[in-house]
Design a protein around this ligand. Structure first.
Ligand SMILES: [Zn+2]
Length: 281
């Protein structure tokens, strides 16, 4: 224990400031997206089996929807630029820009040096949830992805159906890469439908039973050509445990929708970040 200084209370009482005020973030044209979505037609779907993952492609300007079917289930979502896997979802920067959990109007941002919106959330049937009395909320960008290495570190286990391994297998099978080539492309996720927070007393990451029910969905507008990977987490609704075969798990459905011809006239995919990359040299 350290001894508090005489002005400890005064120091603690200083009001926080927002690290990244987001008023100057380029705002998505949600009215345009809503008009495009109204005339869109479904072009495909992928059903993700429990404790497994699938990849899917979404052209720029199309929509994709992740749906709860059969029972409460959380999903771990990876996104890549379909033409360049080195541009991928950047969970940490997305968290810094939007906060710990995402909902309608917020965006999934890509890694450096691109740092641009990859997808914009256009629909969230769990938007009503807000922040509960434990500090929990839905669709977080604070968790990583469940993985076999942490399980081995903590419990000496060899479990093969964590989201990390599921996503690795799915990316390998979709691209033809071998497992070891695919694995480094797997990255920290958007935890779709997962309800999480940090405990107030110890600051620990917690999860609780997801409020998702069959019929709920989270929908996105693809800002660039996307390759997605979605794992139906072995934690099921994450009410008790993950990284094992004990939780009840259900499939997740991904649907893709194409806008009507001309619905996005004048719209362009966002450009890569404008920093000149000379780094002071
Ligand atoms: Zn998982």
């Amino acid at each position: 224990m350290t001894t508090p200084p005489p002005d400890a209370d005064a120091r603690r009482a200083i009001r926080p400031v927002i690290c990244y005020p987001n008023e100057t973030l380029p705002a998505p044209d949600l009215a345009l997206y809503a008009r495009a979505r109204a005339g869109a037609r479904k072009t495909g779907e992928v059903l993700v089996s429990p404790r497994d993952a699938r990849c899917f492609e979404v052209p720029a300007g199309h929509f994709f929807r992740i749906c709860s079917v059969e029972g409460p289930q959380v999903g771990d979502l990876n996104l890549w630029n379909a033409r360049d896997l080195s541009e991928r979802f950047y969970s940490g920067k997305t968290r810094a820009l939007h906060g710990t959990h995402l909902t309608t109007g917020e965006r999934m941002w890509s890694s450096f040096p691109s740092l641009r919106p990859m997808a914009t959330i256009t629909g969230d049937t769990l938007g009503w949830y807000g922040i509960d009395g434990f500090g929990g909320s839905v669709h977080d960008v604070i968790g990583t992805r469940c993985d076999p290495y942490t399980g081995n570190l903590l419990a000496g286990s060899q479990y093969h159906h964590c989201c990390h391994s599921n996503l690795t297998r799915a990316l390998a099978s979709h691209t033809g890469m071998d497992l070891h080539a695919a694995e480094p492309h797997v990255h920290d996720v958007l935890n779709v439908f997962m309800c999480t927070g940090f405990t107030r007393d110890t600051g620990q990451y917690f999860m609780k039973a997801s409020p998702v029910r069959p019929g709920d969905h989270l929908e996105f507008f693809a800002e660039i050509d996307l390759l997605g990977g979605l794992s139906a987490c072995p934690g099921g609704d994450c009410s008790a445990e993950h990284s094992s075969d004990t939780a009840a798990c259900f499939p997740l459905l991904v649907e893709v929708f194409a806008p009507a011809e001309g619905a996005l006239d004048g719209w362009q995919p966002p450009k890569r970040n404008g920093y000149d990359r000379t780094h002071g040299v």
